[in-house]
Design a protein around this ligand. Structure first.
Ligand SMILES: Cc1ncc(COP(=O)(O)O)c(C=O)c1O
Length: 456
């Protein structure tokens, strides 16, 4: 049977011979298919495959072709003609907008914009060097102090890209002797960092901490270091990590804990200081707090916060920090100003929470499947197949509501959805109008003869 391991010790000589023959036969079949057994290279026909004939490219063209065939406006790369907030202008039309992670509405805030302009006037548009060489400006240290104070950590380090922050930090801190156990739904950047590290990697089912406990019980002893990777709030499903239990597990198994706060910083906690504030945890219990500056903090870049030793080590050695130009003056100043505005205008965090709760409540009252979304401004409406998600997204767009469909292969086809990002600027009227409009479109789909709505 597939996957069943034969017990060779208990086999008769005939059975052993039959097994050897079967394995040889399977191996030669694999070779014929061009699949190399471990350590062996199989010669192929030598030919260059141009990009326009690459199988993956042809598949993409086919998928994009479906959109055209069904008269659906391409939902990707829609050009924003103004600030990407609760409302936006696309193709000259104003839309209610749910496609921006400008959670606190700070990307258009006059103080944030003024700080960026002033920094450009003082330091120019680029720091023009790696920070370790000659690209360090006072704003970098000021921003890093502000982040560390907000989080209650000994220090922080700012990187010029959020995605790259995860890749380089995970890829650099862990190696082949280590074990990385991660929630199955962590962001691609964390996953890529795992691959780069060369560590043993074991995913556990989303938010299933019993499974994590079992994994660590079985695997921890075979590795030098172990690290648990989770997100504070998950970017596709809008649910949050059980931080107290994660801390208990990491302590019991002598593992490190890394939390990606891209969708929880500026969101969770009374002041928006993230998941640590939300749970009243001790920041020293999280070994690596990662976040980005591109969502709540209206800028670009990412940070790692934690102990002084962690920060100093990365500052002198992380490839994605030292072999790249430092965060630009404008971006550094914008992020710094955004954190200060968040503190000075606490209504933004409160309003974000209220607006998200209202959207979730109204959606649930209509019977929409919002999955496990909870306490976060990421609210999916799961529609069950990619075609329906694209179709309803297109109808909403044509009616003045901009929301991104998330379809296979980003999620399973059965989990295809519209993903709504709520911001502090969305009004109650915009939210209830949106829910009513979605309900009307879904009703419209239901009354059609079966199959007519699909774009298979
Ligand atoms: C969970 C998570 N981590 C990291 C990133 C990467 O951050 P950035 O977009 O700032 O590069 C994202 C981006 O969407 C994210 O959702």
């Amino acid at each position: 049977m597939l996957g069943e391991k034969p017990n060779v010790a208990e086999m008769t000589p005939e059975e052993k011979r039959a097994l050897a023959q079967r394995l040889l036969k399977e191996r030669s079949a694999r070779d014929a298919d061009g699949e190399a057994p471990a350590g062996k290279l199989v010669p192929r026909e030598i030919k260059l495959i141009p990009f326009d004939r690459m199988p993956a490219y042809l598949q993409l063209k086919q998928q994009l072709g479906y959109l055209n065939a069904y008269g659906i406006t391409n939902p990707y790369f829609r050009q924003q003609e103004g600030i990407n907030e609760n409302r936006t202008i696309i193709e000259g039309r104003e839309c209610i907008n749910y496609s921006s992670s400008n959670y606190l509405g700070l990307a258009g805030h006059p103080q944030v914009a003024a700080a960026a302009k002033q920094a450009i006037d003082t330091y120019g548009t680029s720091v023009s060097a790696s920070r370790i060489a000659s690209g360090q400006i006072p704003l970098h240290a000021e921003l890093e102090r502000e982040i560390a104070d907000m989080l209650g950590t000994e220090g922080s380090l700012v990187f010029p890209n959020g995605y790259g922050t995860n890749v380089t930090a995970i890829g650099h801190l862990f190696g082949p002797k280590d074990l990385i156990v991660h929630d199955a739904f962590v962001h691609r950047s964390m996953f890529t960092g795992c691959l780069l590290s060369g560590s043993r990697r074991r995913p556990f089912p989303h938010n299933d901490l019993d499974a994590l406990d079992q994994l660590l019980t079985e695997q921890r002893r075979f590795n030098e270091q172990a690290v648990i990777l989770v997100e504070g709030a998950y970017s596709m499903d809008g649910d949050i990590a059980d931080l107290p239990r994660l801390i208990e597990l990491k302590k019991r198994h002598q593992a490190m804990l890394m939390v990606d706060e891209a969708h929880s910083i500026g969101v969770l906690g009374e002041h928006g200081y993230g998941i640590v504030e939300h749970f009243g945890a001790d920041p020293a219990d999280i070994d690596i707090l990662m976040g980005n500056l591109s969502k709540s903090f209206a800028s670009l870049g990412g940070y790692i916060a934690g102990s002084a030793a962690l920060v100093e080590y990365l500052r002198y050695t992380a490839p994605g920090f030292i072999f790249t130009v430092g965060l630009s003056p404008g971006d550094s100043a914008a992020a710094l100003a955004a954190i200060r505005v968040m503190k000075a205008e606490p209504w933004r965090v409160t309003r974000l929470r209220e607006a998200s709760a209202l959207f979730l409540k109204l959606a649930r009252e209509r019977g929409f499947n919002t999955g496990t979304s909870y306490l976060s401004p990421v609210i999916p409406i799961i529609l069950g197949d990619s075609a329906t998600a694209v179709l309803i997204g297109d109808q909403l767009f044509k009616g003045g509501i901009n929301v991104q469909p998330i379809i296979y292969p980003a999620v399973e086809n059965s989990a295809a959805r519209l993903r709504f990002f709520i911001t502090a600027l969305h009004t109650d009227v915009e939210i209830s109008q949106t829910i009513d409009t979605i309900a009307a479109h879904l009703e419209g789909l239901r009354v059609r003869p079966s199959g007519a709505a699909g774009v298979q």
